[in-house]
Design a protein around this ligand. Sequence first.
Ligand SMILES: Cc1ncc(COP(=O)(O)O)c(CN[C@@H](CS)C(=O)O)c1O
Length: 388
Amino acid sequence: MNKIYLDNNATTKVDPRVMDKMAPFFVEKYGNPNSLHGFGTETHPAMAEALNSLYAGINASDDSDILVTSCGTESNNTVLKGIFIDYILKGEKKHLITSQIEHPAIRNTCEFLESIGAEVTYLPVNDDGIVTPEILKKHLRRGETALVSIMWANNETGLINPVKDLALAAHEYGALFHTDAVQALGKIKVDVQDTDVDFLTFSGHKFHGPKGVGGLYIKEGLKLTPFFHGGEQMGRKRAGTVNVPLMVGMGYALDLAVKALDYENKEIRRLRDKLEDAIMSIKDTIVIGKRELRTPNTILVSFKGIEGEAFLWDLNWNGIAASTGSACSSEDLEADATFQAMHVDADLSHTGVRFSLSRFTTEEEIDRAIEVIKKTVERLRSISSTYR
Ligand SMILES: Cc1ncc(COP(=O)(O)O)c(CN[C@@H](CS)C(=O)O)c1O
């Protein structure tokens, strides 16, 4: 049976072109870039090219910093814990603001910082599931709020937050602004200068780059206490030997992803909408969030009377990969935090299923998925003791 992958918000296939780009740096040009001899220095041109691609991909100015990290989670931890050390531990400020719909890499880190003395506000969302500047301004404290961290696009719903306006509001109150843009790069245009964010997180495996590599943008003039101390890599801003092949792969993958944005927003959006229209034709079904407010590839849907896990197993049995919310909380049978934040009915918040497409998704795959989804909903409802 042909397998159909519709869980691209969890991770994406490495583009074969990216694989080709990375290969030489595993077996031929394998030197440590910090070594002074030829084995080390021969890695530099490719690393410089990759860094240029990362700067261009988010329209970062040459005077800003981009740290190459191990993943989005490390990047998020670096900002939150760096701000805690630089402002809260020093007693200068004491307050952090984030939202109730963030990824656990933000939420759990904020909860940890609360446990060691930070004051944290978790903003609610409006009826559309969006964090608005109006909501933010009710909680900003001039002279006390050190950082606002609001994700650019939600990993479960795809809903996009107004980052430019949120950053402006934060700056009006003297706070810095971070956005976890892991689910934005490669799906929508990301421009750090236009939005004037201070920090931005991204992760290579979300846009057809390799796993195990991510990035953190730091606006020019800003400093953060490093998360990792050690060698002199990245100007001592992130110690540790740089993983050259992964960095080269992530840079090239972002290059390709930016070039494919039109395709993503036209063809992938069309396929997503085709799938969504078919799903919406099934009775007692809700899709979370207006499609025009979402990234072009994502659908989070609830089928009344069907547990998400049961539905996923049936899909998996038919060769289709999807997820209940984010992959990292898929074992958690608690009602999803995002659903709770959006006041989704309790009996629906256990049934959320996320479908997320990519530029490798085909029309034939969507047609097959529609066929299987309709049959699966019918079968599971026919044996449900609660659904009538
Ligand atoms: C918004 C957001 N922020 C951070 C991360 C973590 O990225 P890493 O590179 O894996 O550390 C993710 C990864 N979300 C995956 C796996 S949990 C999902 O299924 O939704 C994310 O979506």
